[in-house]
Design a protein around this ligand. Structure first.
Ligand code: SF4
Length: 398
C-alpha cells in the first residue's frame, strides 16, 4: 500500500472504528481488523523531506568506505534502497563483524545495533536513525530474572548451557558468554542446540518460547523433553503443577527436560490456527510458510517454517503460478509480493507489522547522516562487550 493508502486507513480507523470492524466481520476476516487498526495507528509514513533520497546518496558517495549502512528485511523500502547490505540478523551481524567502516548505521532495532557495536572495534561507531526502535521480546528477559533462574537451575543439579536468541539485551548476551553459552538466530538455532547437546549439556533458551520449542521439535525431541521456565512462578503466575518449585516446574519435569524455554514471544509472529484455516479456505492449494517465532501448534499446520532468509528462499523455489501464504512481518511480505508480481502470488497470512522496525524512515536516516549526533550512537558498556562478544563469536563459528 502507498503512503496515501495508509493515510486513508488511519482516517478510517480513527474516525470510524465500528464500521471498519463490522466490514471486517462481513468480509469474513474475523480478527484482521486488529492488525489493520494497529497498522493505521503505527504505520505512520513519517516525516517526508523533499530530496531526501538524493541527499542521502550524496553523503554515501562522499563518505565512501567510511560508511556502512545495514538494513533489516523488515525495514521500509524507502530505507532499504540506501542500504549497503540488506539481510536478516545473522547476515547483518556477520557483515558488521567483517566491516572496517568507521561509521556503521543500523536500520533495524536496538539489539541488532548493540550486536554490531559488540562485534566491531573501538575505532568504529554504530548509529541508529531512531534509537527508540526497541524489541519487546528482548525486554521480556531482564538480566536480574535470568540470573535468578540460572542460580535456581544450578542449585537443582545443573548441566545446562545458556543459548540466547540474538533478540535480547546486551547484558543477557554477556551473561550467556560468561557461562559458556552461545547466541543464535532463527537461521542457526538448530545448529547451536546440537552444539550444546554435543557437549552433553541441556539448553536453557532465552527469550523466545516458540523458537526454542519449534527448534527442539525439529530436532526430534519428544514434547516432554521441552518445558517452559516461568520466572514469575511461584508468585505472580499461577496455577502451577502440585509440587512445582521455582520456575513452575517439578523436580521430575526438570529431570526429564533437555530444552528449557523462557516464556518470551514476538507479537508480530503470534499467528493462530484460525489464520491458517482461513488461508487454506481462501487460497486452496496454496503453500503456507511461517516464521519459527510462531507457536508450535500453528507452525505444525503450515507447509514449512523458516527464518526470514529461509522464507525468501522458499518463496523463490516455488513453481511459477503458485500462491504462497507467508506468516511474517508485513513489510517483507509486501516486498516479496511486488518482486514476484506476474510470476507468483504472495499474500500475508495476516497483516502483521513490527511497529519498532517501522520507526525508522528515510527522513530520520538523512537527519542522522547530516548531524551524526551523539544521541544516535549505540554503545554497549565496556564490561559487557567482551563476554557478549564471546557468545556472538561462538554462534558465528558454529
Ligand atoms: S519483529 Fe518481533 S522480534 Fe523482531 S524486532 Fe519486531 S518485535 Fe522484536
Amino acid at each position: 500500500m502507498s503512503n496515501a493508502d495508509y493515510s486513508i486507513l488511519n482516517f478510517v480507523c480513527l474516525v470510524t472504528p465500528a464500521p471498519w470492524f463490522l466490514a471486517c466481520l462481513w468480509s469474513g476476516q474475523r480478527v484482521s481488523w486488529i492488525p489493520y487498526f494497529m497498522k493505521g495507528c503505527y504505520m505512520n509514513p513519517g516525516e517526508q523531506i523533499d530530496g531526501a533520497a538524493s541527499a542521502i546518496e550524496a553523503i554515501r558517495k562522499e563518505l565512501g568506505k567510511q560508511l556502512l549502512i545495514l538494513g533489516h528485511y523488515y525495514q521500509r523500502d524507502e530505507v532499504l534502497r540506501h542500504a549497503d547490505v540488506v539481510g536478516d540478523s545473522l547476515e547483518l551481524s556477520r557483515r558488521a563483524a567483517e566491516s572496517s567502516a568507521e561509521r556503521i548505521v543500523f536500520c533495524g532495532v536496538h539489539f541488532m545495533a548493540e550486536s554490531a557495536d559488540i562485534l566491531t572495534g573501538d575505532n568504529q561507531t554504530v548509529y541508529m536513525p531512531d534509537v527508540n526502535a526497541g524489541c519487546p521480546m528482548a525486554d521480556m528477559a531482564p538480566l536480574r530474572q535470568v540470573e535468578k533462574a540460572w542460580a535456581d537451575l544450578q542449585a537443582r543439579g545443573g548441566g545446562w548451557l545458556p543459548v540466547v536468541y540474538v533478540n535480547s539485551r546486551a547484558s543477557v548476551k554477556a551473561f550467556c558468554g560468561m557461562h559458556g553459552g552461545s547466541t543464535c538466530t532463527s537461521s542457526n538455532a538448530a545448529k547451536v542446540f546440537q552444539w550444546v547437546f554435543a557437549q552433553d549439556k541441556r539448553v536453557l533458551f532465552i527469550p523466545d518460547e516458540h523458537l526454542g520449542t519449534n527448534t527442539a521439535h525439529d530436532l526430534g525431541l519428544p514434547d516432554d523433553a521441552v518445558a517452559v521456565y516461568d520466572p514469575d512462578s511461584p508468585g505472580r503466575s499461577a496455577p502451577t503443577e502440585p509440587g512445582s518449585e521455582q520456575g513452575g516446574l517439578t523436580a521430575d519435569a526438570i529431570a526429564r527436560t533437555r530444552v528449557l524455554v523462557w516464556p518470551g514471544y514476538c507479537h508480530v509472529h503470534m499467528f493462530r490456527i484460525v489464520d491458517i484455516e482461513a488461508a487454506r479456505n481462501q487460497y486452496p492449494g496454496a503453500k503456507v510458510i511461517v516464521h519459527p517465532e510462531t507457536p508450535k501448534a500453528v507452525t505444525r499446520l503450515a507447509d514449512a517454517h523458516g527464518s526470514t532468509s529461509q522464507i525468501i528462499r522458499y518463496v523463490d523455489s516455488q513453481p511459477e503460478g503458485s500462491t504462497i501464504v507467508v506468516g511474517t512481518e508485513l513489510h517483507l511480505v509486501e516486498r516479496m509480493a511486488r518482486q514476484h508480481q506476474g510470476r507468483r502470488v504472495i499474500v500475508p497470512l495476516r497483516p502483521s507489522v513490527c511497529r519498532n522496525m517501522a520507526l525508522t524512515n528515510e527522513a530520520k536516516l538523512l537527519l542522522l547522516l547530516e548531524g551524526w549526533l551523539a544521541e544516535n550512537e549505540v554503545r554497549v558498556a565496556p564490561e559487557l562487550k567482551h563476554p557478549a562478544r564471546q557468545a556472538l563469536e561462538r554462534m558465528l563459528a558454529v
